[in-house]
Design a binder for this molecule. Structure first.
Ligand SMILES: [Fe+2]
Ligand SMILES: [Fe+2]
Length: 280
């Protein structure tokens, strides 16, 4: 199966993009320059583990060009695709550019926090981020729903992580940054959940196996390329759990709400996702 042959009907995609943009009015937007009292940022109020957590999520967010490139390559907006596919991809692009702007803002906000709070020197940080940022990021998927199912888990996992971290940090400036970030991730999650729901409603069982494959092979962004990723993930676990499987419960809810009556295949998918959830 090719990506093109399994795309969501364009009207469904348009509805999802319109809802996302309606939930993201300019009046609710924020920017790095004016949203925070940077002069008050103080990393001295953070524990060692909390500073590591900030460094970790800065690296994850800073890989935005790599994530954006995946969408550009998988949903091209050029003459390599037929006209109906272009129409679909052009509509998706309205979402993708907005999303990319927001994720890029996240990376700038976290880097700015590191600098303003005394955690890092700006030019040294730039060099460190570049080492990981340059590494390629691939999602080897064959069905379009897989890109959205992957992002659904990833957006929910980061939303939950920022929320937990915000609850334990003692620097109000970092708390304010994490509040902004987790609200944005919640909106991104809602878009992904909407799209996955529409795939399940329009394609039924045909969308089930591709979603199962995403969960079976799930890796958080940079898990394969970031030096010492797992050691790092363990080190910050005492601060707030960076556990993407916690997001699986939300995927199960999306699956449940999408289908009126569960088929055997949908049942198996929900069971499988639940089993992949880390206990404890
Ligand atoms: Fe983000
Ligand atoms: Fe996001």
């Amino acid at each position: 199966m090719t990506i093109e042959s399994a795309l969501l009907p364009v009207e469904d995609l348009v509805a999802a993009v319109d809802s996302f943009l309606a939930a993201s009015p300019a009046a609710r937007a924020w920017d790095v320059e004016t949203a925070f009292d940077w002069a008050a940022a103080d990393a001295g109020r953070l524990s060692e583990g909390q500073r590591s957590a900030v460094q970790f999520v800065t690296l994850i967010e800073d890989h935005l060009p790599g994530y954006f490139d995946v969408y550009q390559r998988s949903f091209p907006v050029d003459d390599t695709v037929d006209l109906p596919t272009f129409i679909h991809n052009r509509e998706l692009h309205h979402f993708t550019v907005r999303w990319a702007l927001e994720e890029d803002t996240h990376s700038r906000a976290l880097a700015r926090y590191q600098e303003a709070s005394g955690m890092a020197d700006r030019s040294a940080l730039r060099g460190e981020l570049a080492v990981e940022g340059q590494k390629s990021f691939e999602l080897p998927y064959t069905h379009p729903v897989q890109y959205f199912a992957y992002a659904l888990v990833q957006e929910k996992a980061t939303q939950m992580y920022y929320h937990q971290l915000r609850d334990v940090v003692d620097d109000p400036v970092l708390g304010a940054v994490l509040t902004r970030l987790s609200r944005d991730e919640a909106r991104h999650f809602s878009f992904m959940a909407d799209v996955v729901t529409r795939y399940l409603r329009t394609q039924g069982d045909d969308a089930v196996e591709p979603i199962r494959e995403v969960i079976a092979g799930f890796r958080m962004p940079l898990a394969d390329t970031l030096r010492g990723y797992w050691r790092w993930a363990l080190r910050i676990a005492d601060v707030a759990d960076y556990d993407h499987t916690a997001a699986y419960d939300h995927l199960i809810k999306v699956i449940d709400r999408a289908v009126d009556a569960r088929t055997d295949r949908v049942d198996e998918l929900a069971d499988f996702v639940a089993q992949c959830r880390t206990l404890g």
